[in-house]
Design a binder for this molecule. Structure first.
Ligand code: SF4
Ligand code: FES
Length: 245
């Protein structure tokens, strides 16, 4: 096993400010000593605090639960706070996710994409029952468990970044979008029928756009069983189309 305490790491970080007409995209290089439990986030923090305060990146929870810190590390999308240097070579290149609108350096705007996706799917419970703010709308545990599994999505955008179809088709709902649709379709409190999702799901921008390259499954940091959820969606849609039921 490599003695990481003695390694010197070379970080190459993408730098660019699209709002500054004088900014030219380039990489800056920084050298840091490796150490136990050193993450990409900790490296960027050290670079910002000790070498270059202008380095721009997103961070919030620092513990794999908010999804804000997703970046490409050596070409692979990951959470900066989860990705450990011990698993990486001596030279580490950090770049922004390519799919989303670039803000600055390694920060991107994922919020707009997720907001648009949620509006597109009307990603909230649709029910005719009056809302009672004093009473929780409880479900049976067996009904809640699969909803909980899909709800573990932290909206990091990594599944979209890792999907070739999403890069080719900007209207593609993507894994995070289909996971969101699945979450409401299986929710016993949501009264929408499958047909009410047809416009979004029964098309090449929805479940029929997926070509099962499985980048989403390979890179999702929460290990959500995305292909399993899409399989259920596809089966229900095909049954509906073929049998009318
Ligand atoms: S499904 Fe996984 S990879 Fe995709 S946004 Fe949610 S947590 Fe991130
Ligand atoms: S900072 Fe929240 S997931 Fe990394």
């Amino acid at each position: 096993m490599a003695d990481n305490h003695k390694r010197t790491l070379t970080f190459k970080i993408f730098r660019h400010d699209p709002d500054n007409p004088d900014s030219v995209p380039h990489y800056d290089t920084f050298k840091l000593d490796d150490r136990p439990f050193f993450s990409i986030y900790l490296a960027m923090e050290e670079i910002q605090q000790k070498h270059d305060p202008s380095l721009y990146y997103d961070i919030c929870c620092r513990s794999n639960v908010c999804g804000s810190c997703a970046v490409n590390v050596n070409g692979q999308p990951c959470l900066a706070c989860k990705s450990q240097t011990k698993d990486l070579p001596d030279t580490i290149t950090i770049e922004p996710l390519r799919y989303f609108d670039h803000i600055k350096d390694v920060a991107v705007d994922k919020g707009r994409w997720f907001r648009d996706m949620i509006m597109r799917l009307e990603g909230w419970i649709h029910t005719s029952k009056p809302f009672n703010e004093k009473l929780e709308n409880l479900q049976k545990a067996d009904d809640q468990l699969p909803v909980y599994e899909a709800e573990r999505c932290i909206e990091c955008g990594i599944c979209i970044e890792a999907c070739a179809i999403a890069h080719l088709n900007p209207n593609y709902l993507g894994s995070a979008g289909m996971n969101r649709a699945y979450r409401f379709l299986i929710d016993t409190r949501d009264e929408r029928s499958l047909d009410e999702f047809a416009e979004q799901l029964f098309t090449g921008d929805g479940v029929f756009g997926c070509e099962a390259m499985l980048g989403c499954r390979n890179f999702c940091p929460k290990e959500i069983p995305l292909p399993y959820h899409f399989g259920i969606l596809r089966r229900r849609i095909l049954k509906r189309v073929l049998t009318g039921k």
